[in-house]
Design a protein around this ligand. Structure first.
Ligand SMILES: CC(C)(COP(=O)(O)OP(=O)(O)OC[C@H]1O[C@@H](n2cnc3c(N)ncnc32)[C@H](O)[C@@H]1OP(=O)(O)O)[C@@H](O)C(=O)NCCC(=O)NCCS
Length: 174
């Protein structure tokens, strides 16, 4: 049987540099060295996507408790769930596909992995922040069944130096 042209694989010390490069090229936000180091830990929800063996996309997510208020991008990146708090959602920290490889089903495959993870972890909500001007991604997530928050999270990306620092929350019930 022929191998699927799109495949997902684990992050390792050998390909973490590619993960970093994909995020740098695609996303307007920056992640710390600590964040990349943490990505290699065994409990992380992270995958690289390959198109015909070429690494072209990636996703990283974590479990959270969505009743805890999140005020800024930095606050979200640093937030670690206390082991005593029961997670009730998966938060997508980054989801990126290289421009030349979009529209081929790679983003959907990465999202499918996150949906499977939410099921194995018994959580029923998937959340993410998205820049208010990122209309294309908002429309993409809405097509995948996500709902956009009514409220805007003011200044969410402020320290990232983005022109308009506000964000929406997108959520999917699974
Ligand atoms: C959002 C993103 C991850 C999507 O990845 P992708 O690989 O292009 O997505 P896919 O090819 O899997 O999407 C396929 C589906 O989305 C639809 N689609 C593609 N582009 C779309 C768009 N701009 N708006 C709405 N739907 C879209 C396709 O029609 C297809 O739907 P179907 O399966 O029902 O026919 C990618 O565009 C990206 O990296 N964007 C920039 C990064 C970003 O802003 N990330 C969000 C913040 S974390």
């Amino acid at each position: 049987m022929a191998r699927d042209i799109i495949s997902l694989d684990d992050l390792t010390v050998n390909n973490v540099g590619v993960f970093k490069k994909i995020n740098q090229v695609v996303l307007p936000t920056t992640y710390s060295e600590e964040w990349y180091k943490e990505s290699l830990e065994a409990d992380q929800i992270v995958k690289l996507a390959f198109y015909s063996e070429l690494p072209v996309g990636a996703v990283k997510a974590k479990t959270i408790n969505s009743s805890h208020k999140i005020v800024s991008y930095e606050n979200m990146q640093q937030q670690q769930i206390n082991s005593k708090i029961i997670p009730n959602a998966i938060y997508i920290e980054s989801l990126a596909v290289l421009k030349a490889y979009r529209g081929l089903g790679i983003g959907k495959k990465l999202l499918q992995f996150i949906i499977e993870q939410s099921k194995t972890r018994f959580v029923h909500e998937i959340l993410l922040h998205v820049h208010v001007d990122n209309t294309e991604s908002i429309e993409w997530y809405e097509k995948q069944g996500f709902t956009k928050s009514q409220d805007i999270i003011k200044d969410y990306y402020k320290a990232q130096g983005l022109e308009n620092p506000d964000a929406y929350i997108l959520s999917l019930t699974v």
